[in-house]
Design a protein around this ligand. Sequence first.
Ligand code: SF4
Length: 440
Amino acid sequence: MNKSIVSIVKYENPLESVRKVIELTNGFEHLPSKARVFIKPNIVYWNRYCDIPKWGVITTSRVIEDVVILLKEHGINDIIIGEGIVSEDPKDTETANDAFEKLGYNLLKDQYGVKAFNIFERPFEKIELTEGLTAKMNSDMINSDFLVNIPVLKTHAQCVVSLGIKNLKGLINIASRKKFHSADPIRNLHFNVAQLANKTPPSLTIIDGIYTLERGPAIDGKAHRNNILVASKDIFAADVVGANLLDIDPSAVPHLVQASKDRNRPLDLSDIDIVGEKIEDLATPHEWDYIYSNNNTLPLPYQKAGITGIKYHKYDETMCTYCSGLNGILLSGIKMAWKGEPFDDVEILTGKVMKPTPGMNKTILVGQCIYNENKDDPNINEVIAIKGCPPSIEDVQKALKQVGIKVPSYFFKNLDKAPLIFMGRYQNNPEFEESFYQIH
Ligand code: SF4
């Protein structure tokens, strides 16, 4: 049996560590000369109003620059970096510009002639990922000769891990992303994510684990400095090794289970040859799930804080990214509004498939999908609709007010700066260096 090679290296030095991890897996073996190369980083979130903790959340600019230098050494001059950052307003292009500027991608343009594209300003092509599943995917990547896919070594609240395969979701358009969070119990998010790598050009996956993330994928997770780099020409093998390094069994990752079935591959490393460092020397436990109590109707910390009179059901995989962002805002607002008195038997439903509990006084339906699903349900006493797709912050604010959850007005006024709360975790810790996200 021909085994796939996956290399693991400890990050020690700029350029040389990335060179080593690529060479150990012979990563540029299928890189044609004069190729057009597409680099896909992971910029899952950006905020142009304040600093955000990027550690474990965003691909380091250090690794991106090293890959660009190594490609140039191979004589490659046509290099594109492309990403589709989700922001509150789908027409917003400022956020991507700001991210590319501050992460140093514009300097890469000046120094190495690299192009940095916000994929929402570029053409999409409709492709059939598998029978019965189409997506509109960035045309620059599809028409490249080679893909260098550079996810972060991190966990994901819905997908368990977000590594090479999941990183490609950032290259499909908004409508396709919404479709991926399907209410179909079989062809669900995990099935769809497993198909993302089916139509790429030859590729090299480099997993950036200089910083890793628990309870990812975003800024409210907990980052660790782990100095790990993983590389493979086989995206599935890279992800299986990545999951192991997070101490997560790949058989507990639904999209990897699906990908293994589709490829007729084992999940247990038996068809993978690991070179360089050993998994057992570097793997550390990473929690991925958010624990809820009371039959999944309240986040555990809320129950511990004694919050009553509210059912806030645990998110499911049908909730897509826009509603996920609002989910965090709603939960934070409710926590701030809690003054020790029970709320008025309020229930909050999200995603596409949740159903109301009989006997609640007020039911907030967050987003167009769950509104359409439940608006006429006889088990709802009073509907408070947060319509829209994506729903607006103003409607969230109004809905909370309407059910008597009094969130201080400064909370909504300062939402743009909310990520600063999470920066505090890393302050004065020299392991968390901003310079990894800068190009000099
Ligand atoms: S309403 Fe929310 S869950 Fe429904 S498609 Fe829009 S963003 Fe996704």
